[in-house]
Design a protein. Structure first.
Length: 249
């Protein structure tokens, strides 16, 4: 999973969500770069894309692949097992941009408080391009009831800009991404459990995952537990991510 930079010898991780540029055809390239915008629904009607649910939002630096390459390269082969804790981060494992947005909502905020606003946000914004068509002040109402209004709105906009325009390989190269966001990305999107999270819920998920893996190796059956979010979450805040606030400030 890790690739090593020859100069720094530091391993970096490239998401399966992204594909190589040469894998795209011109139609998808035009759609992605916005020269001749074509909606996904139109492409479905024309038979170029058959399953809308299989096409996740992409880093727009990389052209849309055809359906076969999409199913192999875009949809992450890592699917985090559903824990009895049912963290909201588990739900966004397939979409790195959305996962990072969720971490901005959850920073210093309980899930119970943030969840309605997260749902409303993704009803109106489907990907980073939608954000970049919006002014930062237009994002502020989504954060009024959870605080840090201008800080969060700025983080979402500038992170989305970097996500689209920056040729990044490490997620912490994106604006406002601190330790909590990076750890969530590595665990839930990359399946990288070498991280040592400081956030209490990420610690719980990692400990649960490692325990279930040990039990499976011993031959025990470990069923996935499913708990409805509204029945599980209590109003406890995610730990404050100081590194994120420092970068955003």
């Amino acid at each position: 999973m890790g690739e090593v930079d020859s100069q720094t010898r530091k391993p970096h991780y490239i998401s399966a969500y992204f594909v190589k540029k040469e894998s795209a055809n011109s139609v998808h390239n035009d759609y992605l770069f916005g020269e001749n915008e074509v909606s996904v629904k139109e492409e479905i009607k024309e038979g170029k894309i058959k399953h809308e649910s299989d096409i996740f939002k992409m880093n727009v630096m990389v052209p849309f692949p055809d359906e076969e390459k999409c199913s192999k390269n875009i949809i992450s082969k890592w699917i985090p097992p559903i824990s009895p804790h049912n963290l909201i981060e588990e739900k966004f494992y397939h979409d790195p941009w959305a996962l990072l947005v969720v971490t901005i909502f959850l920073n210093r905020t309980s899930c119970r408080m943030a969840l309605p606003y997260i749902e409303n946000f993704f009803t109106n914004f489907k990907g980073p391009y939608d954000i970049l068509k919006t002014e930062i002040t237009e994002l502020e109402p989504y954060f009024i009831n959870i605080g840090l209004v201008r800080t969060r709105a700025t983080q979402v906009w500038r992170m989305s800009y970097d996500f689209v325009h920056k040729e990044w390989t490490d997620v912490n190269e994106l604006y406002g991404v601190g330790k909590y966001a990076e750890d969530a990305y590595r665990i839930f999107h990359l399946g990288d459990f070498s991280v040592e999270p400081t956030d209490r819920y990420l610690k719980i998920y990692k400990a649960w995952y490692q325990m279930t893996q040990s039990h499976r190796q011993l031959g025990y059956e470990v069923p996935n537990s499913q708990v409805y979010l509204e029945d599980y979450y209590v109003p406890i805040e995610h730990d404050e991510d100081e590194s994120s606030m420092e970068k955003a400030g």
